[in-house]
Write a new protein. Sequence first.
Length: 81
Amino acid sequence: MFVLFDRYANDVPADLVTAVAAFVDYYNFRRYHQALGDVTPADVLHGRREQILLRRKEVRQQTNVSRQAYNRALRELPTPA
């Protein structure tokens, strides 16, 4: 679909520029992209991708250790008679 801008008042293109700028900001700086390993394009551009993925891996490992310890403790509880 396309829009003919000459049909609208002068302030509509300014609103459109603002909306497009907001979308570009969201798309590049806030939205995680699955194809990039669930990081933002800005993270990839600034070389933070590997650091982010490494930190996620560390958190995942810590979570697994905590979960295993919790489940192990549950299994070791005495059963009521």
